[in-house]
Ligand binder design. Structure first.
Ligand code: SAM
Length: 249
């Protein structure tokens, strides 16, 4: 993340309704509002890199390159997750099926079970090169997996790669406030908060559902189809989709 991006983060003029107290994963109130979260957390480490991303990278380095590792020990939710996402994408009938970019791809679970059956070609983007090494083994005979981008989403240049096509985005949802997880540098936000962030990026939500049949003990997961060009009609799904499953960007 550049200094410019850092400034943009800090300069968001959050509406009052989301400018509320935030907690850490234990439920302790640690931030009086979002500005305090970002002014405390967007600090540089000893190498002058943003600690927010280096601690997330350190956390993921310690995680096994397995489906269980990808899902925090909850590999049993994988089928439900894939089934719901498959229905969500399939219902976007005008969506092209040429190419998808799997963001925060891990070892390629989503590519393998969701994207390859739906799209002709798939690229993987993942900040942990060790996960990509495992993905390369899994897809060694799969010519339709084309690129492996070993880079953080915050540093990826989407220019020329997304021409305003829809992005499918899965996100853990907080009931109120926001929850900061120090272990993996992620923030769980409310639906309203996420929609505000999409609007700040000039993105329009064209479709959104809560993932059904998800264990009650976990955060609810909401799926969004967002379009990077503002639309006036209800759906403007075009050719390619991008999936994102990360929550720390
Ligand atoms: C919960 S795992 C999900 C992996 C995979 N999408 C799946 O569902 O099986 C989150 C993944 O996002 C990656 N990740 C976290 N922050 C990222 C970032 N800033 N840019 C790219 N990838 C990131 C992690 O390394 C990890 O592989």
């Amino acid at each position: 993340m550049t200094d410019n991006q850092k400034e943009q983060h800090q300069q968001l003029n959050y509406p009052k309704s989301i400018q509320v107290k935030g907690t850490d994963s234990e439920g302790t109130i640690v931030y009086k509002n979002l500005n305090e979260l970002w002014s405390k957390e967007l600090v540089n480490d000893n190498n002058n890199d943003l600690k927010w991303y280096t601690s997330a990278a350190d956390y993921w380095k310690s995680v096994d390159a397995t489906v269980d590792g990808m899902l925090g020990g909850l590999s049993y939710v994988s089928d439900t997750d894939v089934e719901c996402s498959n229905k969500f994408i399939t219902e976007m009938t005008s969506l092209g099926r040429g190419r998808a970019l799997d963001c925060g791809a891990g070892i390629g679970r989503v590519t393998q079970h969701l994207l390859l059956p739906l799209f002709e070609k798939v690229d993987l983007l993942e900040q942990n090169p060790l996960f990509l090494d495992e993905a390369k083994i899994i897809f060694k005979d799969e010519k339709r997996v084309v690129n492996y981008f070993a880079v953080g989403l915050q540093d990826f240049d989407f220019k020329d790669k997304n021409n305003g096509e829809p992005i499918k985005y899965d996100y853990n949802i907080a009931k109120k406030g926001f929850i900061m997880d120090k272990q993996d540098s992620s923030v769980t936000r409310t639906d309203e908060h996420l929609r505000y962030l999409f609007s700040q990026a000039d993105a329009t939500v064209t479709k959104s559902i809560l993932q059904p049949n998800f264990p009650k003990s976990l955060f609810p997961v909401r799926l969004y189809a967002i379009n990077s060009t503002p639309t006036t009609t209800s759906t403007s799904e075009t050719s390619t989709t991008t999936t994102s499953e990360t929550s720390n960007v």
